[in-house]
Each structure stands twice: as C-alpha cells, then as structure tokens.
Design a protein around this ligand. Structure first.
Ligand code: 3IO
Length: 348
C-alpha cells in the first residue's frame, strides 16, 4: 500500500513539474493563443451572425487553432448604434456595422446604399468591397476593415396589402439610411430604427411594415405578422466588419495574412449565402403563412426610380463636401455593378 502511495505521489509531482516548466517556456515556443471578441447586433440566426460564425470558424481553422473568436450575437456585447464607438474604444475587438445607421459617417462606402438598382447581394457585396479597396476612405482610418457585405435589394413587407403606391400613402414603414427617403418617395411614412428594434415596433404597431431584404420573413419570423410583400427593388444595406486598430496592429504577421486573405472571399460567401437564403425564406413563408407577393407596375417603378435621382444628387453634394470625388466613386459603383452582374447573373 505504502509503495503504491509513493508511486502515486511521484507521478503527481512529475505532473506538477512538467506543467510548471511548460508555463515557463518562452512565448515563441508555444502556439501563441489569441482570443478576440466579435460583437454583432441582430439575433444569432440572422445573416450578419451566420456570416460571423462562418468567419470565426474559418479563422480558427486557417490559423491552425491559434486564433479563437468569441462571438456575441444579439447585442449581448454591443448594440446597433454603439457598435462603432465600442470597437474604437476596445469594448469589443471586432464589430459588425450597418453603415446606414450612421448618417454622414461613411460618405464614400454609403454610395452602395444609393438607389442604383443592384440585382443581388452578391453583386452589391463585391462592389462594396472593391470600392473600399480602391478608395481606402478616411472614414475607416482608425479601424481595420476585415470584410464587407450587403443585404439583398430591399422590398416592402407589411401587415396590410400594399399593391400600389396609392395603397402606401401614409403607412408607417421602418427603414434606415437612403431607404427612409425611398419610403417617403413611395408616399409612405418613414420611421428610422435599426433592424434589431423592428420586431418590437411591428408587435406594438409603431410601424405597419418595413423595407429590407426578404430573408427576414423567416429569420425574424416577420412572415407571421407581415403577410403581404411588395417587390420594389429598393437599395441594399451595406455592412462593414471592423477591428480595433491597436488590436490589429498587435497581431502576428501570420494572423494578419490569414485575415487579409479572407476579406474578399468572405464578402462573396456572404452575398451568395444571402441570395440563396432569400429564395428559401420566401418559399418557407409561402408554405407556412401563405404570404402574398405583389409587384409595382413598370410605371410606378420608373416613377420612384426617377425620384430616387434626388437622393443620388444629395449624396454627391455630401461626398464632395467630405473631400471625395463623388462622380468617380459613383461611376466606379456602376462599372463594378455591371461587371459583377455579368460574372454573377441573378438566379430568379
Ligand atoms: C438586416 C439587418 C440585421 C439582420 C438582418 C438583416 N437583413 C437585412 C438587414 C439590413 C437592414 O435592414 C439593416 O437595417 O441593416
């Protein structure tokens, strides 16, 4: 018995010693463990969080487990409106921003929120990424941009059938950014708020509908309350995934390389996920709730398109005031849009 105890004690001390010596190894001999926090504002099942989980998984795999991303969906770390400041101040290392929630803050990249008629999230996401890469605008100067993407073209979801512009008169619809002006142009009543506040506003009747991409019918279960959808082909919402610059600068070069290589790929992945998920979400909503889909007439579409030119003119003035070459940015947006529409034709 004594002999067994003595052996056990020896094994124990050997274990403690080896643990101690491991802890004393110089840092470069160990696989450097890095953990980063990533904040997001909408619920876990929505597309900004689906892309966040995919990105986190890829980063972990491509750094051979050296980098772990702790994700915080559903505003558990930072919310829609304090995301930018929260990342700048280091409350989160990484955050997901919907640019339309910050009027005037992103004068260059918000060009992708203009009514230019993007055909898909894939096309708009790649356009946004390329615009950012080309102009490297000062609006992101104290941040590292990890990836960017957009929602799909926005349509109207509502509690009452809105078959025509006449039906929209005075109806309170939720939006953000240029979507607020498009809602006004259609004759409805714009109400500005982030997506994360929209479920409650719909529940309480503060708004009677919203303008966004149709996958929210399933992901927020909006199809239950918004049984009527109107195809309007309104602007997309641009997003940026940003990292605290000091945190970025402190990363080893090998990690920076992995994250840089993932930027555009992630934009494309998210756009394609979004476009496929919309088709699925609409089919699900028809099946489960029997939603009805209307389409504005060609005459109505062209009426709102021509009125949308005013938004573009106002953006040009704002971008010029911010020291940007607005005409060059807009013509690049249109050129990239055409290029990517050829490369990634919309599958209806
Ligand atoms: C969006 C935002 C959060 C969760 C799902 C979403 N689908 C489309 C959007 C874009 C949008 O409406 C917004 O406010 O950023």
């Amino acid at each position: 018995m004594k002999r067994i105890l003595a052996v056990l004690a020896l094994v124990f001390f050997a274990f403690v010693l080896s643990a101690c010596s491991d802890a004393n190894k110089p840092a470069e001999q160990k696989a450097e463990a890095i953990t980063l926090s990533y904040a997001n504002f909408p619920p876990k099942i929505t597309f900004p969080c689906v892309q966040m989980e995919r990105w986190a998984k890829e980063v972990h795999a491509r750094t051979n487990g050296a980098v772990t991303i702790n994700t915080f969906p559903g505003s558990t770390l930072l919310g829609a409106k304090n995301m930018l400041r929260g990342v700048q101040e280091g409350q989160a290392d990484i955050g997901c921003l919907s640019l339309a929630y910050y009027p005037g803050v992103f004068p260059c990249t918000i060009a992708t929120n203009l009514p230019v008629g993007f055909s898909s999230a894939t096309v708009a996401s790649l356009t946004l990424w390329d615009i950012f890469q080309k102009y490297k605008p000062a609006e992101f100067k104290n941040l590292k941009v990890l990836t960017m993407f957009t929602s799909a073209p926005s349509n109207v979801m509502s509690k009452k059938p809105l078959k025509s512009l006449a039906d929209m008169r005075g109806v309170e619809l939720r939006g953000s950014g240029s979507l607020l002006r498009m809602i006004e142009i259609m004759g409805a009543q714009p109400v500005g708020m982030p997506m994360s506040q929209t479920p409650e506003a719909l529940q309480k009747g503060v708004v009677k509908g919203l303008a966004s991409s149709l996958e929210v019918l399933k992901d927020f279960n909006f199809a239950e309350i918004c049984r009527y959808e109107t195809i309007t082909n309104l602007p997309v919402y641009p997003f940026a995934v940003v990292m605290n610059l000091d945190k970025w600068n402190a990363l080893p070069d090998s990690t920076k390389k992995v994250l840089n290589e993932l930027g555009r790929e992630q934009a494309l992945w998210t756009g394609q996920y979004m476009d496929a998920h919309i088709r699925e979400a609409v089919a699900w909503s028809k099946e489960k709730y029997g939603i009805e889909i209307f389409r504005l007439t060609e005459a109505e579409q062209s009426e709102i398109r021509s009125k949308g030119q005013g938004i573009i003119a106002d953006w040009k003035a704002e971008a010029t005031k911010a020291g940007l070459d607005a005409n060059a940015i807009l013509s690049d947006v249109m050129e990239l849009k055409a290029k990517y529409e050829t490369e990634y034709p919309a599958t209806k």
